[in-house]
Ligand binder design. Structure first.
Ligand SMILES: CC(C)(COP(=O)(O)OP(=O)(O)OC[C@H]1O[C@@H](n2cnc3c(N)ncnc32)[C@H](O)[C@@H]1OP(=O)(O)O)[C@@H](O)C(=O)NCCC(=O)NCCS
Length: 419
């Protein structure tokens, strides 16, 4: 990490210049360590949206956005997606190594033992309107888990954190299924841990969706989990914060937004109307974006999108949906956008959510449930990042500063005298 290189900041206002250490990671851009900047100069740095700021050190996931490379604990996502199943990847992300056969059996057993949720959860569920969005329900249910497991709430106890991790990974699929069953007015089904596989292609597709969404370094929801947990709150509350952040259409909500966008173009008239829609997207005065395109980090093809695209074609062929108008529309939109100079010059490529939405829709997962599926897959990444933060000797409560631009001190005028 440490390195003899230094960065010097000079000021034009008479403040003495300062030399700052430059830290090197295992790979990727160096970082300038500005921790002493305020104490020495009385100045902060300004970086809304974290365009140039590393908020922590991490050894979980590495992304090279220019190359389109994604590694979990050093392993390329392409190798993990083709050689491992989701629970092996969970073990890798959580504990740092892929499991051997005995470790895998033990891990799978531990997860399977915890898939059931407390019976009381269904009464909690009844408080929601039937038409509540599944992510509204999930935000409540995940936060609500903290009311059920007081024995694994201490964030500073490694064993309790591990129990919470297994509970969360195991119970998220059950909660997502309950949210769905509730929305359609059907009875809940208790988790059955030994179901026979109905269709290999569809099972592989779902597993791939889970693997590709398992972690993605310091994205908005992961940073939210870290920030929330930095106060010392319990793991369930911190993961609920992650679920809430993921919901937004610029993040995990993009898969649902993408399908809704395809539905709108379909209603406008389908493939013939793509040009008209793209014109709206390019119009600086409109707020319309091409959902499922663009990424803060990837300025090349999202490697997850490449894998999901492959799965997408496999699933559409398996289900005989190659001629389905919605899927034809998606493929036509992809082709046009990939050739259009607006997208090419801004390096806007389809991201994983463009294809994962199409795959989920083809499998028959209801559109409003897409982001909840993403949340259940990302849970392992959130927990691993939270664990890493708490175990880091440099860990501190996260407390950004600000550039204040409001009114400076003034006196209160009695109400009768206010104009
Ligand atoms: C993901 C996203 C939020 C990243 O945003 P960002 O890094 O802040 O990028 P910016 O908003 O600065 O975009 C850079 C330029 O590309 C344009 N752009 C980015 N994504 C776009 C999209 N999906 N459709 C149309 N234009 C887009 C911006 O308007 C901007 O153009 P300008 O330079 O002419 O002003 C953004 O690409 C987006 O909203 N994508 C759609 C939602 C989505 O699919 N999210 C899932 C991410 S996995």
């Amino acid at each position: 990490m440490s390195n003899n290189e230094k960065a010097t900041i000079t000021f034009s206002d008479g403040t003495p210049s300062i030399e700052l250490p430059v830290l090197k990671g295992a790979v990727g851009p160096d970082v300038i360590d500005i921790r002493k900047l305020y104490g020495t100069t009385g100045k902060f740095t300004y970086d809304p949206g974290f365009l140039s700021t590393a908020s922590c050190n991490s050894s979980i996931t590495y992304i090279d956005g220019d190359k389109g490379e994604l590694l979990y604990r050093g392993y390329p996502i392409e190798q993990l997606a083709t050689n491992c199943d989701f629970l092996e990847v969970c073990h890798l992300i959580l504990y740092g190594e892929l499991p051997n056969p005995a470790q895998k059996t033990d891990f799978v057993n531990r997860v399977m033992q915890h898939t059931m949720v407390n019976e009381q959860m269904q009464f909690f569920m009844r408080g929601f309107r039937r038409d509540a969005h599944p992510m509204a329900v999930m935000t409540g249910l995940v936060g609500g888990l903290s009311a059920f497991y007081p024995d694994s709430m201490n964030l500073h106890d490694a064993r309790q954190r591990d129990i919470s991790a297994i509970r969360l990974i195991a119970k998220m699929p059950t909660l997502v299924a309950m949210a769905y069953k509730y929305s359609v007015g059907q009875p809940y089904m208790y988790p059955r841990n030994k179901l026979s596989v109905v269709n290999d292609v569809l099972v592989r597709a779902l597993d791939r969706i889970f693997i590709l969404h398992a972690d993605h370094e310091q994205n908005a929801s992961t940073s939210t989990v870290r920030l929330c947990a930095s106060s010392g709150t319990n793991p369930f509350a911190a993961i609920a914060a992650g679920v809430a952040c993921l919901w937004g259409p610029a993040h995990g909500g993009a898969n649902e937004a993408c399908l809704n966008m395809l539905g709108e173009i379909q209603q406008m008239g389908g493939v013939e109307k793509i040009g008209e829609f793209i014109t709206k997207v390019k119009d600086k005065n409109s707020t319309v974006r091409l959902m499922g395109f663009g990424h803060r980090v990837y300025k090349n093809y999202d490697p997850r999108a490449k894998l999901m695209r492959e799965t997408c074609h496999e699933v559409l062929t398996e289900l005989g949906l190659g001629d389905d108008p919605l899927f034809k529309l998606a493929m036509a939109l992809e082709k046009i956008a990939l050739e259009d100079d607006y997208f090419v010059s801004r390096k806007l490529y389809p991201n994983v959510d463009f294809y994962s939405g199409i795959v989920q829709k083809a499998i028959g997962i209801p559109v409003p449930l897409f982001t909840a599926i993403f949340a259940l897959a990302r849970t392992v990444g959130w927990i691993a990042q939270l664990n890493e933060m708490i175990a880091d000797p440099e860990y501190k409560i996260a407390r950004p500063r600000q550039l204040f631009v409001g009114a400076t001190q003034r006196n209160v005028v009695p109400i009768a005298k206010r104009g």
